[in-house]
Design a protein around this ligand. Structure first.
Ligand code: GRF
Length: 221
């Protein structure tokens, strides 16, 4: 197999998606390794978990930097020293400057808990319930300077139930996130999908096998 891509996962909190990525990357044939876990919040539970697993971790407290640029300068040098190929944002709650994002164009991915382009920003499940959609889900996309807007790599859909609260919907979507993110990171690490000027470009990916009957119906038929 060609060399594994070195991934830095950036978190701010719980880190359950980071955990899913770490667990997937333990498979010998997975095309990426989690070389570094960085949190901008030193007290993030996900950081403690990663440390416990013996992973390389780093707390980069944004409060200690006088500006976004200084914080990102430090981040950039850490990523360089660790020879990082790919950044995976996983519940990372800091907006990044266009400079930083452009430097990592095509090499930084994010997971968002809605079917983009619907419900960008925060409180996506509240937004979905308020809009009354019967299907929601999650999206893995390349990061561009505009928030929650880059080329979409993959999505997973789940039903919205009449009794749902933001919490119950979040739980259902999160279970899908934990399957989608490792799979899409592998797609990017293998070079099966990359970001071009025109959007997403697929290579060596056979969609003919996709189960076209596997629609999510909500309410059930
Ligand atoms: C996830 O829902 C993710 O989609 C969003 O923030 C949440 C992070 O959860 N960007 P976790 O820290 O991965 O558990």
């Amino acid at each position: 197999m060609t060399e594994k891509k070195r991934v830095a996962v950036l978190i701010s909190g719980r880190g359950s998606n980071m955990q899913a990525l770490v667990e997937a990357a333990r498979a010998p044939d997975y095309p990426a390794e989690i070389a570094l876990v960085i949190s901008n919040r030193p007290e993030a539970p996900g950081l403690a978990w990663a440390k416990d697993q013996g992973l390389h971790t780093l707390a980069l407290d944004h409060n200690l930097y006088e500006s976004r640029e200084h914080f990102e300068g430090q981040l950039q040098s850490v990523l360089g020293l660790a020879k990082i190929d790919l950044i995976a944002l996983a519940g990372f709650m800091r907006l990044m400057t266009a400079d930083f994002v452009n430097r990592w164009q095509g090499r930084m991915i994010n997971i968002h808990p809605s079917l983009l382009p619907a419900f960008k920003g925060l409180d996506t499940h509240e937004q979905a319930l308020a809009a009354g959609v019967r299907i929601s889900g999650c999206t893995v996309h390349f990061v561009v300077p505009e928030m929650d807007a880059g080329p979409i790599i993959g999505q997973a859909a789940v039903p919205v139930l009449p009794a749902d609260t933001p919490e119950t919907l979040a739980g259902r979507v999160l279970a899908a996130e934990h399957r989608l993110y490792p799979a899409m990171m592998a797609v990017v690490a293998r070079g099966q999908a990359h970001m071009a000027e025109t959007g997403l470009v697929w290579q060596r990916t056979d969609f003919s096998n996709i189960n076209q009957a596997e629609a999510v119906f909500s309410p059930p038929l």
